[in-house]
Design a protein around this ligand. Structure first.
Ligand SMILES: [Zn+2]
Length: 189
């Protein structure tokens, strides 16, 4: 289990911020030790944060935050678009697992956003682009489009009454950030 208890919003945010600093400096990673795996099987999980991010293989959430087994409840879709299954997963992470922070983590060079800017896509990929296109229409700057897409994911999450109530009560913090795939740095908004 974690050596340091993480029980508050501030502790969870600091774990993410300091974890990313350690990742950028390549100083450490979270624990994946053989000994801790059976402990989680017995004690269950208490992830301190839900991370909603892109499926992009260059955006590995646990690495980015120097997190180990049992630390993060991660939801990944192309372009971190959020539908009902994703929202249900986020609610589960908050209500039943006690996550203190929900973080939407976008990134630069996002292929889903670029595809949406070009309206390319068919079959089920089109479903993803249909979620992104309305929020970036009229904008040609890719960085701004990526930010608009992050903000849209936050809006989708806040549509959950459960999440909104937890946030309003001060028991949960909704955060948004962007990952730079060249430097490894996470910039919180
Ligand atoms: Zn992406």
């Amino acid at each position: 289990m974690r050596k340091i208890a993480i029980n508050t919003i501030e502790e969870a945010l600091q774990a993410l911020i300091q974890g990313n600093k350690a990742f950028v400096a390549a100083q450490k990673s979270g624990s994946v030790l053989k000994e801790i795996k059976p402990i989680f099987a017995v004690d269950g999980q208490q992830p301190y944060a839900v991370v909603v991010t892109c499926s992009d293989s260059r955006v590995p959430a646990e690495y980015i935050f120097s997190a180990g087994i049992g630390d993060l409840f991660v939801i990944r879709t192309a372009g971190h678009v959020i539908g009902e299954f994703e929202l249900g997963s986020i609610e589960y992470g908050v209500k039943y697992l006690g996550a203190k922070v929900v973080l939407v983590l976008g990134h630069n060079h996002c292929g889903a956003v670029r595809a949406a800017m070009g309206s390319h896509g068919h079959d089920y990929v089109k479903k993803i682009l249909d979620e992104i296109i309305p929020v970036i229409t009229g904008e040609e700057d890719v960085e701004i489009c990526e930010k608009l897409n992050i903000e849209n994911s936050v809006r989708r999450i806040m549509a959950s009454d459960l999440i909104k109530n937890e946030a309003d009560a001060g028991r949960l913090h909704i955060a948004a950030a962007k990952y730079d795939i060249e430097s490894g740095t996470v910039e919180f908004f």
